[in-house]
Design a protein around this ligand. Structure first.
Ligand code: FAD
Length: 553
């Protein structure tokens, strides 16, 4: 822990210097002694210290000061540091004010000026208070703190971004934590936007975009050069597979992801069917390991950067980033995966992020301790989500359109769900409306066989309802099917002939798109088996086709 701070405040410079000199002599080794000459100045110091979450152990404050008296200052300062010890420096005539201060601000002690000799009149008293503080006050968190409200979509977005990038943070709920509220109110913030992110160096970001936040958190957002052998778009399991094999096989490889490495798999609470992890592995852990592996082997990884377009200028392939930058390469792998389909029912737009979440939203689970939550979806991801939420929620209800879970879910998950007391399944059911003012409090369910509808209380709704491919980025460049999935290899062949515009004498390779040297892997491909192992395998496989392609250009 950084040295705890003793803050002294007096408007008379001689007294301030004298008390500082005495404190430094005796406490300088273990404490940082700071001083201020007025209440306003001291409050600014306190705000800055709190922004850094610096430990403040004791205020030693003169009672009689113009503009803002000692008690008045303490009343404000303890809103940010309620556990700091409070000592007033008083003159004989101020005794009554000091006694009143005991009641008003919970004063710990008042000292008479002068305090000579300090060995008798100052140190024993402060020793006692400081030892008490050291013994009872927990070490303050010294990492990133995110202050917001549970029901704001932008607070959820920031927490999700940080946790998906495996950046530790402390969550401060300004509606429940008055200290956090005062801290946030002390920041110049015209439109009262949330979340406010506090960094250990005292700097602050207000509702930042992903890229700004990523840069501040030390994630790489800029390529070191503008030309690579191989660029991989998307850093889910398929992209990571391609990056690991590309880099390990000597290709100068760049991988770009708009959010975080790990993709959908990174949001999974537990992957039980990935080879080599007999007790399962969390998506975050798998992503962390694969990211470290790709980096160690030499792949460059950029996060929080979206590729908006690709273009071809033979023999090179270009990716265009959201900031307009272009980076070129010899071969390109598209591994942009899929995203959860949106549920289009009344109330959704307003309540998304405020009780309604797409995907696993694991960061939110702990907020629903002892509540009834609903999970929509019948695939493995929904089953895993339900199992995870059942550890927190009092009741988890899975809603599926089909007549049973078995139809879309692996049997091991169905068995786990059947064995979990606080999970129940409603088949043939859909959500037709979500209700709530500030946050979700009820949903309307409809049985699709009987058409009966009922509105039931619900604390949270987690949606896992199918996939839409992320392929806008390749629009007009490579061939896609009507649902937007990318065609590769033999899927491109019509009547034994390669697609229009294909100029090579060979047919497209297995994972190659309708443009030579551009490959597609993972969930984004037509007919993909949506599994981690399959995505990783395709990523690795694509690299061998990249080598074959590069031999010809
Ligand atoms: C909650 C959940 C649990 C799951 N559990 C399992 C399981 O237990 N076992 C199993 O085998 N499978 C599981 N799956 C499925 C598995 O995670 C997917 O099949 C796999 O992640 C697909 O990998 P991918 O790399 O093809 O795509 P994704 O994982 O979707 O990754 C695509 C990446 O591309 C990025 N991207 C998209 N567009 C752009 C762009 N324009 N610019 C830059 N980046 C972009 C995205 O941000 C994303 O990170 C689960 C899925 C979910 C959602």
């Amino acid at each position: 822990m950084a040295k705890p701070i003793i803050l002294t405040l007096d408007d008379e410079p001689q007294v301030l210097n004298a008390v500082n000199r005495d404190l430094r002599q005796y406490y300088g080794g273990d404490f940082r002694i700071m001083k201020a000459g007025s209440g306003m100045e001291a409050l600014e110091v306190v705000q800055q210290l709190k922004q850094r979450n610096a430990p403040l152990a004791l205020f030693l404050v003169d009672q009689r000061m113009p503009h803002m008296g000692g008690t008045e200052f303490l009343a404000e300062a303890i809103k940010l540091y309620p556990q700091a010890k409070k000592v007033l420096l008083t003159a004989y005539a101020d005794t009554e004010a000091a006694i009143a201060s005991i009641n008003q601000v919970g004063l710990d002690y008042y000292l008479m000026k002068p305090w000579d000799p300090p060995d008798q009149h100052l140190y024993p008293i402060l020793d006692d208070l400081l030892n008490d503080w050291l013994a009872t006050v927990p070490v303050p968190y010294d990492g990133i703190r995110v202050a917001g409200t549970q029901w704001s979509a932008s607070s959820h977005h920031t927490k999700d971004f940080l946790s998906r990038n495996r950046i530790p943070y402390q969550w401060l709920d300004v509606e429940r934590d008055s200290e956090a509220r005062v801290l946030v109110e002390g920041i110049p913030n015209e439109n009262h936007q949330l979340p406010v992110i506090f960094f250990p160096d005292g700097t602050v970001l207000i509702k930042p975009d992903n890229r700004t936040l990523a840069e501040r958190c030390g994630l790489r957002t800029q390529a070191t050069t503008d030309f690579y052998d191989l660029i991989v778009i998307g850093a889910g399991p398929a992209g990571l597979g391609a990056a690991v094999y590309g880099a390990s096989e000597g290709l100068h490889t760049l991988m770009i992801d708009k959010a975080a490495t790990g993709g959908q798999a990174g949001t999974s609470s537990k992957i039980e069917n990935y080879l080599g992890f007999p007790s399962g592995v969390s998506g975050a852990d798998l992503a962390r390991r694969a990211t470290a592996q790709a980096q160690r082997l030499g792949a460059e990884i950029l996060t929080a950067l979206e590729v908006t377009r690709i273009r071809v200028e033979n023999p090179y392939r270009y990716v265009v980033l959201s900031d307009g930058t272009e980076i070129s390469c010899k071969a390109l792998v598209i591994a942009t995966g899929v995203t959860t389909r949106q549920l289009d029912v009344p109330g959704m737009e307003r309540l998304t992020g405020a009780g309604v979440y797409y995907g696993a939203a694991m960061t939110e689970a702990a907020n629903y301790k002892e509540h009834h939550v609903y999970v929509v979806g019948g695939a493995n991801s929904a089953g895993q989500g339900a199992m995870f939420f059942s550890r927190f929620a009092s009741q988890v209800t899975i809603l599926v359109r089909g007549s049973s879970l078995e139809k879309g879910m692996s049997q091991y998950l169905v068995d786990q769900i059947n064995d979990t007391e606080n999970i129940n399944v409603l088949t043939r059911s859909v959500v037709t409306e979500v209700h709530g003012d500030q946050h979700l409090n009820a949903i309307t369910l409809k049985n699709i066989v009987t058409n009966e509808a009922e509105t039931v209380p619900a604390a949270a709704l987690f949606l896992f309802i199918g996939a839409v491919p992320h392929t806008d980025v390749v629009e007009g460049v490579v061939e896609r099917n009507s649902a937007g999935f990318i065609l590769t290899g033999s899927d491109l062949m019509k009547d034994g002939r390669p697609p229009a515009g294909w100029t090579l004498r060979r047919d497209p390779y297995l994972l190659e798109t309708s443009v030579p040297g551009i490959f597609a892997v993972g969930d984004v491909r037509q007919g993909a088996v949506r599994r981690v192992a399959s995505a990783v395998g395709q990523g690795a496989n694509a690299v061998s086709f990249v080598h074959q392609y590069l031999r010809t250009v």
